[in-house]
Design a protein around this ligand. Sequence first.
Ligand code: EPZ
Length: 416
Amino acid sequence: MSSYIIEGGKRLEGTVKISGSKNSSLPIIAATILNAGKTTLYNVPNIQDTQMMFKILETLGAKVEKKNGKIKIDTSKIEKYGIPEDLMHKMRSSVVLAGALLARHKKAIFSYPGGCDIGARPIDLHLKAFEKLGINVNQNHGSIECSAEKIKGEKINLDFPSVGATENAILASVLAEGVTVITNAAREPEIIDLQNFLNKMGAKVIGAGTDEIQIEGVKKLKDVSYNIMPDRIEAGSFLCFIAATKGNAILENVNYTHITPIINKLEEAECEIITDKNTIKIVAPKRLKAIDIKTMPYPGFPTDMQSVFASMLTTAKGTSIIVENIFENRYKYTQELNKMGAKITVEGKSAVIRGTRRLFGANVHSTDLRGGASLVLAGLVAKGTTMVDNIEYILRGYENLDEKLTKLGANIKIEK
Ligand code: EPZ
């Protein structure tokens, strides 16, 4: 496993271009299965998670060609409907392929994705949605076999606005007979991007971005090209990296309407934020002010920003309180930050962060994607050298992170 070596204390300044959205690319790559033809995608981030999805698509029989920022996917020859167990465990979000395979083949065989370092990550809501659509779900020894004579549109109410369950229910309904209505649906921007992509292919989906989404089944879809939306969590992460280093910089290729909860909290911490069409400028104060955060489903404060914000607040003036309402185990990174001089105590869903003047470089361990990003932020701020190991977690979700940070003035290197 590789490591980042970071010399802290450099103020981040200049301009950084944000990549395409990981969490929009993954369901859209799965959705290409719905059309037995050719899809061209632009602005897909070149990260381990998208590479893994392409690998799974190829095992199913697709052809994937990557050429200077353009991804050409030919799914005309996809005959298989089983997601390899080892790849499923490597990337739990591949469960979204199930809905697409069911729509295409009326069959899907996959395994429980398994938990990860932020929680159990059950998929009961996905399976309940499939059953509502008339799909038989048989579970034996960890393997899940889904099949249907036909998929009939139905009313589906989600107990929780799960992003993945919403996406899987949409994908399974696109080619169904009749109309599906999903209530208590997740409202994340990535679902709007999925709707836009599907409708460009000829699907009939309305309501994404609200808690009620309607899918009118169609018979056939067509070849399209599509540009993936910017990554709102990468944008939020860079705003925090810049704010934490008392920096002053501009983000390009962002959709600021996707990150208003993040912008509001940074302004509460006394950052100055100037938004334009697809750029955001941030000017940090001399010292950030402590703030309180509660993570919520969109349009609330995103859970994916919880760890990076916590890291940024370790050197703020005052005490910050964070409540994590989405995942049950998303504070593992705090013990690593405390090794660097942070003063964080975790009580159940809450983390209390007493601001300190300074962090000190240390050897710290990434345990998950966003937790790893919080350690990189702390390394940028700390006095001295920080080694962040297991960066493969971080490379899953951030494209060229070290190059982007170096361009902003950071001193960060990868050590194999
Ligand atoms: C998506 O995960 C994102 N991943 C996550 O980002 C993000 O944190 C999460 O949504 C919440 O916004 C992708 O889009 C690939 P959920 P997902 O289903 O779909 C419970 C990152 O860092 N739940 O909305 O798995 C679940 O346990 C990743 O980029 C059930 O109980 O999230 C969790 O507590 C991490 N049963 C809550 O819902 C289910 O069937 C939210 O999960 C499904 C979920």
